[in-house]
Design a protein around this ligand. Structure first.
Ligand code: F6R
Length: 357
């Protein structure tokens, strides 16, 4: 139940630090080390390529998951939108492993791919929040998100839980391969949970940002580079689905290839700056849009901040920054929807699980 919260979405946003801590516990053995079921590890180690299949927010988690698995475990990964996989099926490698990411475990588009690849004789791992769901039952292996029921149509805690579980999967696989990891994931995820808490306490600031940038606008843009680009895609999906503001997330470098034509006086551009190696270039993009009249809102990470940043998130490991930097975007979307009198938990035309193709 939503208790004292006005909406499930706000409750679920607030649950994120707790969910990350619960995930650490669930995947920890008695010695305090992260552990993954041995069959899953074997499947990961045998795979010469991983194909992540997902839709919507889960697809956005998959984009970050690819980065984790490739960086940590050094296995090539492709990420595919489930509804397109059938038409644009990639040439498969010799030993593919399929990973289905799905909060509900019931998404018909993803299930169709699962049925197809099982017919071809390939192995599948489902990462889901719902034990006993269709995609869990029909796959060879399951990893649970332990996020608790997600009721709001707009996915929040499932997204961060998916990324946390993918990080654990990548880290444990890497260690089993003897690849040296220079990050202590339990410790870093603890820091992430603390950072999330700081952001959950920053609701007033987020409401102010929503008020300042999004109350009357027709459209909004999210820009970022590297991992920030993927979080921007998720931020734009959140905003459009609950506030009905036309929103687009794109890579900072793509601005000059077309989108910059849309920038008008006052167009809100939310830029993420949490990645050191692209900090200067994303700030360059902000200057370009500001020069054309945009209203930029920079959300940066401590240590990389500049004077006119609108909000600075606490420091976390750069690789894990999406788990924290998405929270301001979730909250800004929530308040934008609220200010625009939208039905936050049940946006028009949308269902919580999409069981038709
Ligand atoms: C967005 C949202 C949808 C789902 C998508 C996949 O907030 O909720 O985009 O992420 O329909 O659903 P699952 O993860 O249940 O397969």
């Amino acid at each position: 139940e939503k208790g004292t919260y006005p909406h499930y979405m706000l409750k679920e946003i607030d649950e994120q630090p707790l969910v990350v801590r619960r995930i650490i516990q669930e995947y920890q053995n008695e010695a305090g080390e992260l552990e993954i079921n041995a069959d899953i590890l074997e499947a990961m180690n045998e795979a010469d390529r991983i194909y992540i299949i997902a839709a919507g927010t889960s697809y956005h988690a998959g984009l970050v998951g690819k980065h984790f698995i490739e960086k940590m475990a050094q296995i090539p990964v492709e990420v595919h939108v489930s509804s397109e996989f059938g038409y644009n099926m990639p040439l498969l490698s010799e030993k593919p492993l399929f990973i289905f990411i799905t909060q509900s475990g019931e998404t018909a588009d993803s299930r169709a791919v699962l049925v197809h690849i099982k017919e071809l004789g390939y192995n599948a791992l489902t990462i889901t929040n719902v034990a006993g769901s269709t995609l869990s039952r029909e796959a060879d292996y399951t990893l649970l998100l332990h996020a608790g029921p997600e009721i709001a149509v707009a996915s929040t805690k499932a997204y961060t839980a998916q990324m946390a579980v993918l990080a654990i999967l990548a880290d444990v696989t890497a260690r089993s391969k003897g690849l040296m990891q220079n990050l202590d994931l339990v410790k870093e995820l603890g820091i992430v949970a603390n950072g999330m808490e700081v952001l959950c306490d920053a609701k007033e600031e987020m409401e102010e940002i929503a008020w300042q940038y999004l109350t009357t606008t027709r459209n909004a843009f999210f820009i970022g580079r590297g991992l920030d680009y993927f979080v921007g895609l998720e931020g734009s999906l959140k905003l459009k689905e609950i506030s009905y503001i036309q929103a687009e997330g794109f890579a900072g470098g793509e601005l000059k290839h077309g989108t910059i034509a849309l920038i008008e006086d006052g167009t809100p551009v939310i830029a993420l700056a949490t990645q050191e190696h692209v900090n200067l270039s994303i700030r360059g993009n902000v200057k370009e849009v500001a020069a054309r009249g945009a209203n930029p809102c920079i959300i940066s990470m401590k240590g990389l901040e500049a004077d006119d940043d609108r909000y600075v998130i606490p420091v976390v490991n750069e690789l894990l920054s999406p788990l924290v930097s998405v929270i301001p975007l979730q909250l800004i979307s929530y308040y934008a929807a609220l200010h625009r009198d939208c039905d936050v938990d049940k946006p028009r035309n949308l269902a919580k699980s999409v069981t038709v193709e």
